[in-house]
Design a protein around this ligand. Structure first.
Ligand code: SF4
Length: 317
């Protein structure tokens, strides 16, 4: 097999699975190349290649494709449809390989294996690894073995895979811990929270203002508990984690306020944001939703953050 360079754009599910993906391809004898952290120029490139009503994370993702596309043999853009029986990923994520092909006049080959537990059940891994085997001229069993070794992904416990990857990537992530300072729970999708540029460095500025930012990924029990108090199960993968994290933070007396970092023009976020505001018992806890798009300025976010922290200080004084 020719030594192939596989490009992995630093956006969207990269923030959940990148380390697993890299180990998987490296085991198969490939070199993996990721784009650098998001910058203003990368986002600008993404915007240049797309239409205006897409969400910020997808625009940024396309900017990362632009950075990588002339330096790799294959672009890895998996089509994740469902990671478990109970939920789907959002349509923009499902259509990502097609959207990427439509936005660029020239691209290297796009490797877009399908992951769809709802449709394929126990065979989801085989369905995912077969096109990878074809593209890399390897046997399906060799690729499936590498998948099981590095993704550690049984279809029943996707949360475990999330946790494993998150630990490796999350320089900005903080696990719940409590200090004498004001504790602010920050919820949102990993690709917004942990992309420093897109999140406007929210963790850093929260610390700079003297508060303690906290973020975590809820486990299966916490998700089920949160779903039990709202009228309808959240069928969006990651959306239900956001709702569950809000539920846990609202219940915890050590948390002084909660910020929901979300994306303007995101359908699932508008639905989960509404659920969080109207259906979860907030116990009078201060809550702020920060909706981001490419026009959001650092100063705008910092001003709202300052006002939020000042307001909590006054209420708790
Ligand atoms: S869930 Fe929302 S933010 Fe994420 S890709 Fe879909 S529309 Fe964009």
């Amino acid at each position: 097999m020719k030594h192939l360079r596989i490009g992995i754009p630093r956006g969207l599910l990269f923030y959940s699975y990148a380390e697993s993906w890299k180990r998987f391809f490296q085991d198969l004898g490939c070199e993996t190349i990721s784009s650098p952290e998001t910058t203003a120029d990368i986002l600008k490139e993404g915007i240049r290649h797309t239409v205006s009503d897409l969400c910020l994370p997808v625009k940024s993702f396309l900017g990362h494709v632009a950075v990588l596309k002339d330096h790799v043999d294959l672009l890895f853009i998996p089509r994740h449809v469902s990671m478990e029986q109970e939920s789907y990923l959002c349509p923009k994520m499902i259509g990502l390989p097609d959207m990427t092909r439509a936005c660029f006049a020239s691209l290297p080959r796009v490797l877009d294996p399908l992951f769809h537990v709802k449709q394929f059940g126990d065979k989801a891994i085989d369905e995912f690894t077969r096109p990878v085997a074809e593209s890399l001229s390897l046997t399906p069993s060799r690729v499936a073995d590498a998948y099981r070794e590095h993704m550690d992904h049984t279809t029943e416990v996707p949360a475990e895979q999330h946790r494993r990857s998150e630990r490796l990537l999350a320089e900005e992530a903080v696990v719940p811990r409590f200090s004498g300072k004001m504790n602010i729970g920050i919820i949102g999708r990993p690709y917004l929270l942990f992309d420093r540029y897109l999140s406007k460095n929210l963790f850093h500025f929260t610390r700079k203002l003297g508060a303690n930012p906290l973020s975590f990924r809820p486990d299966e029990t916490e998700i089920r508990e949160a779903m039990a108090v709202i009228p309808k199960w959240v069928y969006w993968d990651m959306g239900k984690e956001v709702v569950a994290a809000a539920h846990v933070f609202f219940k915890d007396d050590r948390i002084d306020g909660v910020i929901n970092l979300c994306s303007a023009t995101c359908g699932p976020d508008s639905f989960t944001g509404d659920l969080i505001r109207k259906r979860l018992n907030q116990r009078n806890k201060p809550y702020m939703s920060l909706s981001l798009d490419e026009h959001t300025s650092d100063v705008g976010v910092q001003t709202r953050l300052e006002a939020f922290i000042d307001m909590i200080a006054k209420v708790t004084a």
